[in-house]
Design a protein around this ligand. Structure first.
Ligand SMILES: *Cc1c(COP(=O)(O)O)cnc(C)c1O
Length: 488
């Protein structure tokens, strides 16, 4: 069994084994005709249940054959131009190469003595990102597992900075006075973070959005004033730069003004919109982000990186101390004096993947402009998709995109009952998924059921969009036809 350990004596087997796996994936990707087979849970589950993990196959080829049955065949393939659903991007090859390297070398980025150059590479990428944002000379940050963790860490820092201990109130009672302001279409991880941070039920104040799904700053100003008047503490404003559903970007400069006036931490959740940091043509859409106290970026959304690759960035490196704990076995205090860089001092995680390597390989191979151009292409594609939808009487489209999502619904001419329209759209989404021809997402706008395209694949064309819209309309019509049959 030692022959399976990767070391000096097994390097050749490592090469053979990984190459065999890579060959399978390459063949699969080359031959994928649809983003999904449409397999159901009921069909797939028995195949996985049927495998006895205590009866190994002892053979890589056999394991890969089995994997075809339980995974490859029915996986969701994001590289396919008709995968249009979630914020999961097709990945660039330099990053996939980085992934293979980082797991084989297996650096852990918690301490210098488990990573060496890895730590310095990560730091350089953090500096690169903070410079792109414009956070200034004292900025810092750390890679995280995703936007959810980045938001949690940012809000932890904001909470510690805002702690009301100064007026003598300590403990849970004082935490109950903290308020976070985020738009009604902000990401649910804001609420989840508030809960994890021990804030009260009402901690997150939901600020209404305008017709373009951007936070209404007049409403924010009102809520901040109300908060202070009630003796509560405005702990943070979370501005979303690219909402998950609409790609809408909150008015960052106005929000920055209000944060300054109220002494409130400004967090920009740019998990999605961070792609604009590399954009060649649309960088101005996130102007104002440089005024943030903290920023969330998800390279695994708009930098074409494999899951996971994300970071939290802060204006003032000193605020990261709120996540610092020392252990004698790992990162003793004296190491700070010795200037040994231990990234664990800044992270919520301890053992941590060298995800930064993927971005490094990408920037060194393609350059930032290479990434930015790909993201610009999908933004342009969304703009074209919007024109298609706006001109098509079969559909209602919600907002003109600032990034690369389109939220729309089918409105069959003969139907006026809103609930029936909801059901037709829900049916169309499910039927499309079951067919495997395309994958689209769904969401609600108000109480109504909508559909969503998240366009992250530069290989998707307007023809693909038009074809998928026809499929959706077809499924919706079919539902209504059957619905009439049921009624008669
Ligand atoms: C996706 C997303 C998140 C969560 O990021 P994960 O990487 O999925 O944890 C947070 N905020 C916004 C706006 C997002 O789109």
């Amino acid at each position: 069994m030692r022959s399976h350990l990767l070391n000096d004596t097994t390097a050749e087997q490592y090469r053979r084994s990984v190459t065999e796996g890579v060959e399978r994936v390459a063949a699969k990707i080359a031959a994928t005709e649809r983003p999904f087979t449409g397999v159901t849970v009921d069909a797939l589950a028995p195949r996985i249940d049927g495998i006895d993990l205590d009866q190994p196959l002892y053979d890589t080829t056999a394991v890969l054959d089995e994997l075809e049955e339980v995974y490859f065949r029915d996986a969701i393939y994001f590289h396919h131009p008709r995968y249009l659903a979630h914020l999961n991007c097709p990945v660039v090859i330099p990053a996939v190469l980085g992934e293979a390297v980082l797991s084989a070398v297996n650096s852990s980025l918690d301490t210098w003595d488990q990573s060496a150059g890895g730590t310095l590479i990560e730091r350089k990428l953090i500096d690169w990102t903070t410079a792109r944002i414009g956070l200034g000379p004292a900025a810092d940050g750390v890679f995280t597992s995703g936007g959810t963790q980045s938001n949690l860490q940012a809000l932890l820092l904001a909470r510690e900075e805002a702690k009301p201990g100064r007026d003598g109130l300590e403990g849970p009672a004082s935490l109950a006075r903290l308020r976070i302001f985020a738009s009604e279409v902000s990401h649910f991880s804001v609420k989840k973070s508030a809960k994890l941070l021990g804030l009260g039920e009402d901690a997150v104040v939901s600020v209404p959005v305008d017709t373009d799904k951007r936070m209404q700053t007049l409403a924010l100003a009102r809520e901040l004033e109300r908060c202070v008047t009630a003796g509560l503490i405005p702990m943070a404003v979370v501005a979303t730069a690219g909402t998950t559903d609409f790609g809408s970007i909150d008015p960052l400069p106005e929000i920055a003004e209000l944060c300054e006036r109220y002494g409130t931490w400004m967090h920009v959740d740019a998990a999605y919109g961070c792609g604009l940091l590399a954009s060649v043509r649309h960088r101005d859409r996130i102007d104002g982000i440089e005024r943030a106290d903290s920023v969330t970026v998800d390279y695994h959304k708009s930098f074409f990186q494999p899951v996971s690759s994300s970071a939290v960035l802060v204006r003032d490196a000193a605020t990261l101390r709120h996540a610092t704990y020392h252990a004698e076995y790992l990162n003793p205090r004296r190491m700070v004096q010795e200037r040994i860089p231990n990234q664990v001092d800044k992270s919520l995680q301890t053992t941590r993947r060298f995800d930064a390597l993927k971005l490094w390989m990408t920037l060194r191979t393609m350059g930032a402009d290479g990434i930015g151009r790909l993201f610009d292409e999908v933004c342009d594609l969304a703009a074209e998709g919007w024109r298609l939808l706006a001109a098509d009487p079969r559909f209602d489209v919600v907002v003109e995109p600032s990034l690369s999502t389109l939220v729309f619904r089918c409105i069959p001419a003969a139907v006026t009952d809103p609930a029936e329209i909801d059901r037709a759209n829900l049916y169309a989404r499910k039927a499309l998924f079951a067919s495997g021809d395309a994958v689209v997402a769904g969401t609600k706008v108000g109480a109504r059921q909508y559909l969503k395209f998240t366009l992250l694949n530069p290989e998707t064309t307007t023809d693909d969009i038009a074809a998928v819209l026809d499929l959706i309309a077809g499924h919706a019509e079919q539902y209504l036809g059957e619905s009439l049959d049921r009624a008669s």
